[in-house]
Ligand binder design. Sequence first.
Ligand SMILES: *Cc1c(COP(=O)(O)O)cnc(C)c1O
Length: 456
Amino acid sequence: MDDFIYRDPGKENGEEAGQALGVDGAVRSRSTGLFCEGVPLSRIAREVGTPVYVYSYNTLTRHFRVFDEAFDGIPHVICFAMKANSNLAVVRSFSALGGGADVVSGGELFRALRAGVMPSKIVYAGVGKTVSEIEAALKAGILMFNIESQEELLAIDGVAGRLGVRAPIALRVNPDVDAKTHPYISTGLKKNKFGISIEQAMDEYERAEALPNVKVVGIHQHIGSQLTEISPFVDSLKKTAELVRKLKSRGLGIKYIDVGGGLGIRYLNEKPPLPSDLARAIRPVLEDLGCTLVFEPGRVLAGNAGCLVTKVLYRKSTQEKNFIIVDAGMNDLVRPTLYQAYHEIKQVITTDAPEFLADVVGPICETGDFLAKDRAMRVPQPGELLAVMSAGAYGFTMSSNYNSRPRAAEVMVEGDRYYIVRRREDYEGLVSGEEIPEFLGEKAAHDAQRARQGTR
Ligand SMILES: *Cc1c(COP(=O)(O)O)cnc(C)c1O
């Protein structure tokens, strides 16, 4: 369920849709079409420009609450996976409800702290943590590091020793289960780069326990993303629970079981389990272990709470295909290109134009630059607005400046107001940090010109 709805105020208010008299006497078109909460997307596009990401605050927080309530009665922390959407306003929306953060870099840690996440609710995963990132996390006092390798464990022990602290750690175990999702977002198989195999985990835990500057506090797993079945969660957690029992019997202090993220969402016709289904399935597996559960949901909280609004620039038809060229490209939303992902595309203002099959493509000079392929849609007019749905997760965070395209603006809607939560990047922003070295500077340019003149 989300808060992107079509509205026809004429019907809603029992009035005629169409023209209405504004306060200043000007005739205004009454707003209809696709709304985010109480705000027409057409208004946001007009005032902020396109492409623009639009997030619904009330959908974000409803998703958080639904997840939270599903685990009522079990001690738990919900650490939003920031790589799904790291906008400060989004992260704050969750932390204000008691949420924490799952970070995978020093940059995300910085954002989490800036957004006001309590350090004691931050978990830090990722296979390549650097010394300075480890230092920053130790100084902040995070809940725990999720360790991905033995060498990383030794590095953290070293840094903690230097700082005179003990680093709280969990080992990320790889339970070797098939998450039955796209290979690029499957992480819990033996062949994946993540975690420590569950067979080696016991030895690694004993090695960790013997280190002077780390403290074993938990266990972590994360088997993949966009999971649409419950069984991989249950199968992997059974293995993890068995290991926890063994660890406890050897006196290791496992306080936290970090279940990871991965719950899928509906993009097209998937029927992913609800948080309550997940809770019902895993409660019996984990309940009697007496641990606090940590969850790292990303997509399920943010995915269907956002869309990307883009404008149609041109249409063209070849003998093979119809193309709709829009002002958002793979640099703004890379999921279709990277994962052949499906995103529903809606007209912001519905029309009764005839339907055709078209590829919706961006302005980037790459054949892979598309948002949809062979999509049945109404023939749009240039200037028409389209909303690319389910873009609240892994949308803006995966965007880039490829083709020197400034990054899109981000907007958050709350009720009938909207807020720009990240302004559109400008051209100066695009080159900030770049420099032309002196040897290429004015004098060099002058010399080059003289050399050319001399050869005439
Ligand atoms: C990506 C990731 C998540 C979030 O995954 P979702 O599918 O968005 O819920 C959680 N934990 C870790 C370690 C991750 O890498």
